[in-house]
Design a protein around this ligand. Structure first.
Ligand SMILES: Cc1cc2nc3c(=O)[nH]c(=O)nc-3n(C[C@H](O)[C@H](O)[C@H](O)COP(=O)(O)OP(=O)(O)OC[C@H]3O[C@@H](n4cnc5c(N)ncnc54)[C@H](O)[C@@H]3O)c2cc1C
Length: 244
């Protein structure tokens, strides 16, 4: 695929989603519409280093293709992180951002003929939010979808009410948040890591064919790949977007 040109985007809206996570809406005025596939990402060229390659940071597009030239990113502030500190401390509504994209092959299959497991932690939910809305808006034929989202505390939840709303509109869409440091015991809040959940669903439902999409940081992805294969699924049924 041809390398995309760098374009100038304009930040048109910023909202705090949690205490450490922000949603950024970026308009690309030179394009009538920014076309992408759900699951793809853009790369920002941030003024944080002399060397171009050290300035680039990639972010999944959290919105879904809607025919406009506006995209949404959801970004977590990393302590000591050069790029995210720049985005959180220097970028305001009206700021310009240099970006390239869409990029990436972490996208839905042409035909969704198996159950989909969307497994993520933190801002790794971004590509799955895009995919889920796209499937609903376009009535894409599909099987069951399990969005398994992990974070530490209830207050770290991202798009929580929106995902619950989607689940209430699509009976095939199952949204299962889990918290590593909250809930459990006699509460309705699921405590623990993401892994126990897909293992439980696969065993209880006797699922033998599925596609697993993993998105987030290395520890979660490495462990999930091992466990999914231990369940008997082929490596080819696993797709991943590694954030770092
Ligand atoms: C394809 C792709 C899509 C991505 N999409 C998103 C997204 O939608 N939202 C988002 O917030 N980030 C996303 N990332 C991560 C993002 O590109 C940056 O790595 C992140 O924002 C940190 O940049 P920084 O400059 O602040 O930190 P740096 O100074 O570059 O990072 C310092 C170190 O911390 C590690 N690190 C970075 N982030 C984390 C983290 N959260 N937890 C633990 N270790 C970490 C890095 O691997 C690096 O070694 C994506 C990465 C890729 C490759």
């Amino acid at each position: 695929m041809a390398v995309q040109p760098w374009r100038t985007g304009k930040v048109i809206r910023i909202e705090n989603e949690t205490s450490s996570t922000r949603r950024f809406w970026i308009e690309i005025p030179e394009l009538p519409s920014f076309d992408f596939k759900p699951g793809q990402f853009v790369t920002l060229d941030l003024p944080i280093d002399e060397k171009p390659s050290k300035r680039w940071r990639s972010y999944s597009i959290a919105s879904w293709p809607d025919g406009t030239n506006i995209i949404e990113l959801v970004i977590v502030l990393l302590e000591g992180g050069l790029g995210t500190n720049y985005l959180f401390n220097h970028v305001t509504v009206g700021s310009e951002l240099i970006l390239r994209g869409p990029q990436g092959v972490f996208t839905l299959p042409d035909v969704i003929d198996k159950d989909l497991f969307f497994i993520c932690t933190g801002t790794g939910i971004a590509p799955f939010r895009s995919m889920a809305h796209y499937i609903r808006d376009h009535d894409v034929p599909h099987q069951n979808i399990y969005l398994i989202f992990g974070c530490r505390l209830l207050c770290d939840g991202l798009y929580n009410s929106e995902m619950k709303e989607l689940a209430s509109q699509m009976s095939s869409f199952n949204y299962i948040p889990t918290y590593s440091r909250e809930g459990g015991d006699n509460t309705e809040i699921r405590r623990g890591y993401v892994h126990a959940i897909y293992e439980e669903i696969c065993k209880e439902k006797g699922i033998t064919a599925a596609r697993f999409y993993l998105c987030g940081w290395k520890n979660m992805i490495d462990e999930a790949k091992q466990r999914i294969q231990a369940l008997g699924f082929d490596r080819k049924s696993i797709h991943q977007e590694l954030y770092g």
